[in-house]
Design a binder for this molecule. Structure first.
Ligand SMILES: [Zn+2]
Length: 89
């Protein structure tokens, strides 16, 4: 499904790939281009500080996921210990 309408050539297209290009210093821009007329659409800018934070946020999300899984598991172990084991006694 082609869901993007190009402002310049008025043709529809799909984003195949978000590309990244270095601007100046440590600044980079993410963009995609219209396959019909090559117009560039910039999606977001970032610098090293932003990229470092994004990396750290991903690590924290993994850590949160790990802790959540651990909690679910331990909650279930406690439930079994205090409910199911109690029934058999
Ligand atoms: Zn176009």
């Amino acid at each position: 499904m082609d869901n993007i309408l190009c402002d310049k050539c008025s043709k529809h297209f799909n984003i195949k790939k978000i590309k990244e290009r270095k601007l100046d210093g440590d600044v980079k821009v993410n963009y995609f281009t219209c396959p019909h007329c090559s117009t560039e659409y910039r999606s977001f800018y970032n610098n090293k500080a932003i990229r470092d934070r994004l990396f750290k946020m991903k690590q924290m999300q993994r850590e949160i996921k790990k802790m959540t899984d651990q909690n679910v598991l331990e909650c279930e172990e406690l439930r079994v210990r205090y409910e199911e084991d109690a029934e058999t006694m």
